[in-house]
Design a protein around this ligand. Structure first.
Ligand code: SAM
Length: 392
């Protein structure tokens, strides 16, 4: 997802016909009628993750080529191949430890896992022989697809059930943090207000009120953020809880997070993002109305990198580097991986051009190349990590 700054306020005409999931709307409406307006985080949690109707719990493929947006792993296997080099560097930095695990949050149907493991087999066979892949995904159907995909590729024996127990290795989450449920706030007359979700005249509506949770105000104060009057913003408190779990599962190694994000001073700059960054993705188009196509569109908000760094450090992880996806992929030699497609034994012009255009999107600073790559370590000397070399 490359959430650019200029969002359409409503979906293009061809998307007007996409209805919300009526059962999901009824469920959220019933909660509101019973308890009063809900936080936006609660609304987003139900819209994306409700076990029966949530966007990410659907049988339909998402994300993906035929889905609502394309992530880097889905765009081309060259991304997973580059991450394989990073995994090999982490393994070397941990003294070629055995066992070595890769835990991937939001693993989907294996678009990252497969090329990563295949590349390890080709480039770092010693690691390929011992690596254990632990895929964490909220939707069991996606996990079954991942299992079948790795089995078809002869990699089934690398997959290990994950109990979230502490590992030595690499933990990775690509475009997961931006899908965590977020709160929404707005400043009015010098006061911080929370934007909750109510129901009126047959539709979901914004309802402004006192912030429910003092942590909203505390987060912004800690970051030195003063919203301008009328400025809207998102505050993702779920980052803290997520990081507690993720950090507890990393005994030794590196945590790598990749997402569209900014330092708090930039994310909350009223001149740059007066309306916040909440975006809805529907059939490869982006707009800013979360109350349409409920359960049928993705919802995301840009990541507060300052909050992520603070949560990691609070959990005893040390900040290794924050860089861009563009620099990270360049450091891992993504250019050589492309050249190989031009000259290798299976080279074809068509495959090369497809890979080149996907890689351009991955490194273009105006597209996915501007994504933040955040790396945190525990018990690891990061000096040999090629992907992060230019950032330290
Ligand atoms: C935008 S998709 C990205 C999928 C994949 N990482 C990629 O880059 O193609 C977000 C994914 O994160 C998953 N997800 C969200 N919260 C999660 C959590 N707490 N633990 C594991 N996966 C989660 C969703 O089910 C979904 O597959």
């Amino acid at each position: 997802m490359s959430g650019g700054p200029s969002l359409r306020r409503v979906p293009a005409a061809d998307l007007e016909s996409v209805e919300s999931d009526p059962a999901l709307v009824a469920k959220i409406r019933a909660v509101i009628e019973r308890d009063g307006p809900v936080t936006f985080a609660r609304f987003m949690e139900l819209a994306l993750y409700d076990a029966d109707h949530g966007y990410y719990r659907s049988a339909a493929a998402r994300p993906g080529r035929h889905g609502d947006f394309l992530t880097a792993p889905e765009a081309h296997p060259i991304f997973g191949r580059a991450i394989a080099r990073h995994a090999a560097d982490v393994w070397a930095a941990l003294g070629r430890t055995d066992p070595f695990s890769i835990r991937e949050f939001g693993a989907g149907s294996g678009a990252l896992a497969q090329p990563l493991l295949e590349r390890l087999a080709a480039e770092t066979p010693d690691l390929a022989a011992i690596v254990r892949y632990r895929a964490v995904e909220v939707e069991p159907r996606r996990h079954d697809e991942l299992r079948a995909r790795l089995a078809d590729a002869g990699l089934a024996d690398r997959l290990e059930d994950d109990d979230r127990g502490p590992i030595a290795g690499l933990v990775i989450a690509n475009e997961v943090l931006d899908a965590l449920p977020t709160h929404r706030v707005i400043r009015r007359g010098g006061e911080l207000r929370e934007v909750r979700v109510g129901w009126a005249e047959g539709a979901f509506v914004d309802v402004e009120g006192e912030p429910e949770n003092p942590a909203l105000r505390q987060r912004l104060e800690r970051e030195g953020i003063h919203l301008a009057d009328g400025q809207r913003a998102e505050v993702c408190l779920a980052i803290d809880e997520w990081m507690d779990v993720v950090a507890a599962g990393l005994e030794r190694g590196l945590l790598l997070l990749i997402d569209y994000g900014h330092a708090a001073s930039d994310l909350y700059d009223p001149r740059r993002r007066p309306e916040g960054t909440l975006a809805a993705y529907l059939r490869q188009q982006v707009h800013d109305d979360p109350y349409r196509a409920v359960g049928r569109q993705d919802l995301t908000a840009h990541v507060d990198v300052t909050a992520v760094e603070a949560a990691a450090e609070r959990n005893g992880l040390s900040h290794v580097a924050t860089t861009t996806q563009s620099q990270f992929l360049a450091g891992l030699g993504a250019g050589d991986l492309l050249v190989e497609l031009q000259t290798g034994p299976d080279a074809s012009l068509e495959a090369y051009l497809e890979a080149r255009s996907a890689l351009v999107r991955m490194i273009d600073p105006a597209a996915m190349g501007g994504f933040r790559v955040m790396a945190f370590g525990r018990g690891i000397d990061p000096s040999g990590l090629r992907g992060l070399a230019s950032a330290r």
